[in-house]
Design a protein around this ligand. Structure first.
Ligand SMILES: [Fe+2]
Length: 360
């Protein structure tokens, strides 16, 4: 005794695609499926079924022997299309061999015809439909998950970009504040006005002539802008006084590289600049300050700042001495190569100066 349970009308109807060339069998199966509440699309050959396959089909029922494309060819074509719709085969009595072949080809189940046990038929159809519904839910879940991950990744990337921009802006603002203070300090003294600007320019052209990468030029630029920042906390009267400094005043002035490094130390992104600020009065022979570094213990960027700084000091008017000409200053730099200055840096600078002198 079969129990026919009509389809629940609150749910969308389940759609079954049926291919059988025998119109009697086809009509009978359609009638039973409709009684069970399914929507049925019935065709008489595999090719026609294949043309009607879409993702809203819940189950496919295929006869084996059909003119044109038979059941086995149809399931092979479905496999090639990577269809995940469960396929049930209609097999005649005693054709177990066909049923096994169908299962081996990926069929979900088989139904013996004529259909006598409606309960069993109903169970097999329902199982196949549930399988498809599960696959559909799984696919939707996976897609939603992927979309969610994609959305979150995008949001995170946008937030990171915003943070990076904000952090860069903060970095620039911090450096600019210090540079403004330094400029204000320099401008108070006619003998030091413009010193930082010139040292920065000289260092940049030396760095570029030596083929330094962009990142190094940026570090060099910032280091030059900050190199004498330590003088902010030294009593300027001793820096600006006419005539040479006393021993005590020298001790005080010689503290400015360390003080400068300490001022910018809290700004972690200025680590490389901090090292240059600390060492811009070192000498190759170890007679510099504050650490008495020797030779290549002083990095290239620092060697460049040292040359640019000394050149500007020699060629600018100071309160206690007459300034040198550019040629005299270059000669002085050369005279102190390998003791105070790096010869490669000095010669690079001398070359640029000679070229710009030739142009003017
Ligand atoms: Fe200095």
């Amino acid at each position: 005794m079969s129990s026919i349970r009509p389809h629940n009308s609150s749910l969308p109807p389940t759609k079954i695609l049926l291919a059988d060339d025998d119109s009697l069998v086809r009509d009978a199966v359609v009638k039973i499926l409709e009684l069970f509440g399914h929507q049925v699309i019935a065709v008489d050959d595999g090719r026609a079924a294949l043309n009607l396959v879409s993702d809203d089909i819940d189950t496919i029922i295929l006869d084996i022997n059909m003119p044109g494309m038979n059941g086995f060819e149809t399931i092979k074509a479905l496999n090639e299309k990577k269809s995940d719709i469960p396929v049930l085969f209609l097999t005649g009595a005693g054709s177990m061999e066909f049923a096994v072949k169908a299962i081996n080809l990926g069929a979900y189940d088989f139904i013996s015809k004529p259909i006598e046990d409606l309960d069993l038929f109903d169970v097999k159809i329902r199982r196949a439909i549930e399988k498809k519904m599960f696959l559909r839910r799984e696919k939707t879940y996976k897609e939603n998950l992927e979309n969610e991950v994609r959305k979150k990744t995008k949001e995170l990337a946008e937030k990171n970009l915003l943070l990076e921009k904000y952090s860069h802006h903060l970095e620039v603002s911090s450096v600019n504040t210090i540079i403004t203070l330094n400029t204000a300090l320099e401008e108070k003294d006619q003998y030091t006005a413009g010193h930082t600007k010139r040292v920065t320019e000289y260092s940049k052209i030396i760095g570029m002539a030596m083929g330094l990468p962009r990142e190094d030029i940026d570090v060099l630029t910032r280091a030059c802008q900050l190199h004498d920042i330590g003088k902010l906390v030294i009593d300027v009267s001793c820096i600006q006084k006419p005539g040479p400094l006393s021993d005590e005043e020298w001790i005080l002035v010689k503290k400015h590289p360390e003080i400068g490094e300490n001022i910018i130390k809290p700004l972690n992104f200025l680590e490389r600049e901090g090292e240059i600020v600390r060492h811009h009065h070192e000498r190759l022979d170890g007679q510099g300050y504050p650490d008495g570094l020797v030779g290549d213990q002083i990095n290239l960027l620092t060697k460049i700042v040292t040359v640019a700084d000394s050149f500007d000091a020699m060629t600018s008017k100071r309160s206690y001495k007459i300034n040198m000409s550019k040629d005299e200053a270059v000669a002085e730099l050369r005279a102190h190569c390998n003791t105070q200055f790096d010869p490669l840096v000095v010669e690079s600078f001398a070359y640029i100066l000679s070229r710009s002198a030739a142009k003017s």
